[in-house]
Design a protein around this ligand. Structure first.
Ligand SMILES: [Zn+2]
Length: 179
């Protein structure tokens, strides 16, 4: 029971963070927040996404490009341009890392008015922290799983963030679900 609650709790809270903070706030600025609440939701997004935390700045830039260049080759994750979901997500991952590590400069305008917190990102996006999150999920399952099949859910916890992005985008559900 604890495992099932944890699974759905993690799933829905990370989906909420992605929709509310990353998509509506960071990428589209559908509403405004004070600096305090921005930081609070930044932290909330981090905790709910854990090992698969999506950096708000990189997410917002990629999402804005996705809207601006929908379904052309400049779209970092267009389901129409790529033959397979795997290839699409691989290219999205590469571009995401380029933005995260600031190896590329986004085109003018795409990085305007985005929540940024470089000091926190250095800590949050480190491999050490990702492994610590993965370790915590495993410990939770070891303590509370009542049946071996439950461990099959574990990998979903590790990659919760990209799963949402991939499914929503690939199925063309973006406009239905998120707008
Ligand atoms: Zn959007």
């Amino acid at each position: 029971m604890a495992v099932i609650l944890f699974f759905f709790g993690h799933w829905f809270s990370s989906l909420f963070s992605q929709t509310f903070f990353l998509h509506r706030y960071a990428a589209h600025r559908m509403f405004s927040m004070s600096k305090f609440w921005e930081r609070a939701f930044y932290l909330f997004t981090y905790v709910t996404q854990g090992s698969s935390f999506l950096n708000p700045r990189a997410y917002a830039i990629m999402h804005r490009m996705h809207h601006a260049y929908s379904d052309t080759e400049k779209d970092p994750h267009s389901p129409h341009y790529f033959k397979s979901m795997f290839k699409m997500m691989w290219r999205a991952k590469d571009y995401y890392l380029d933005l995260l590590l600031r190896r590329v400069e986004p085109e003018k305008g795409f990085d305007k008015n985005i929540p940024e917190w470089p000091g926190f990102d250095r800590f949050a996006d480190s491999w050490t922290m990702r492994f610590i999150w993965v370790g915590l999920y495993i410990v939770f399952y070891v303590l509370f799983a009542t049946s071996p099949w439950m461990f099959l859910l574990l990998p979903l916890h590790f990659i919760m963030g990209p799963i949402h992005g991939g499914i929503v985008n690939w199925c063309g559900l973006h406009s239905i679900f998120l707008h």
